[in-house]
Design a protein around this ligand. Sequence first.
Ligand code: ZN
Length: 311
Amino acid sequence: MKHKISGLHHITAIAGNAQKNFDFYTKVLGLRLVKKTVNFDDPGTYHFYYGNEEGAAGTILTFFPWENIGQGQAGNGQATEIGYAVPEGSLEFWTERFKQHNVNFGEAAERFGEHYLPFTDPDGLNISLIVPKVADIRKPWETAEVKQDAATKGFHSVTLSLDKIDDTARILTDIFGYSLQSQEGNRYRFAVDTVDNANIVDLLEQPGTSRGRNAAGTNHHVAFRVPNEEVQMAFREEIQSKNLNITPKIDRDYFYSLYFREPGGVLFEIATDNPGFTVDEPLNELGTHLKLPKQHEQLRNQLEEFLPKIK
Ligand code: ZN
């Protein structure tokens, strides 16, 4: 049987200052830091994972905070907007909250019959809070200031900006199992029916728009979700059969990953549900310890000294 993708797994973006990033996502936006680790390929840099209580797939936004990286530029060949689902009636709360915290936000508007509020994080990353047509029943992480009636539920969608959408659309439909749902102007909405949430990818066709430059405030890659490594490897074969380069399976400690660049230029990952974030910390302590992969454990003393302290 042909497999389909189970929606989004995580999205990874680049930040500047680690403390600012932590403050914004945990305090202003009210997400949970579910893992504090390092970039496995560059262990002198943190890797932060923010999500719901257990860091469920489809709720995870991750960052590499590189202090001196400079400002990136969103553009074609990138994911250019992250959509979070929020409860009906919560956009006024968020507007007030963004005013109080000097968040750069735009006008609330409507797209595909759904109200949304666009804003940027401290590095300029584009995010929208979206009230889905069908209420999202995922249980959110709550904080003292962001309660259940307003808290983000996890991803609603991701938007990819492209010169031409055709080749990327074919990856979504022919390999991943998405189908075209609707179109508004140059925005094409694709969805997959394997899951109820985090199952939308919007392709924005903007010919001639400059390509994105990947630094602070831009997305690095989009990870799609599969239940296990067996399904993951079936996707690997299929992607190879289309003559696309794809990495071998890589152990990311909390999931297994494959990476490939889709023809429109966006870096895609296919990531497994297993083993999940509780593999090395109990649920109630997620994100409270610096966790290192075993290949970097011998660097612990230096890294604890070198990495900026997060309060
Ligand atoms: Zn990733």
